[in-house]
Ligand binder design. Sequence first.
Ligand code: CDP
Ligand code: ZN
Length: 164
Amino acid sequence: MILADVRIGLGYDRHRLEEGRKLVIGGVDIPHHKGLRGHSDGDLLCHVIMDALLGAADLGEIGLLFPDTNPEYKDADSLKLLEDVGGRLKANGCKVVNIDCVIIAQEPKLSSYYDEMKRKVSSALEILPRQVRLKAKTGENLGWVGSGEGMEAFCTALVEVSGG
Ligand code: CDP
Ligand code: ZN
């Protein structure tokens, strides 16, 4: 078997949950009494996907590309930033093979939103929904995730590179 020139990337993120803030995950507005705090919209799923893709493509990390000291990114729509990252990958000859994510959140239940998140994320990256795989875990009531203080997420991404 000839293995294509592929690279793996890993993204990790965590955000605090705050009363009265909108909860946006994977570009989807989810009804909940708390939302993720952040300079941007706090969309940790988009954040881990960007970091995983940037890692695989060797293009840095979101903190460098979209610094939270820059007022331009205040309350930024993370899906738009994801679109920007997708463009950078293409410009560098990188094609997304697949993305696999885990979100750890005590509540709310996220599985019913997977399809909508996949549609939003894949459309921002101009890939197919089935190239985006999503999973969620509760915090089993343990620690800061289990008490609902925040959420965390991980993502791996596989990217095919043309021309080395
Ligand atoms: O059973 P196990 O301890 O591995 O997982 P869990 O944390 O109890 O979550 C069970 C299932 O609930 C997950 O596989 C997800 O499908 C779903 N889940 C969800 O939809 N939203 C969450 N915030 C957490 C879990
Ligand atoms: Zn983040």
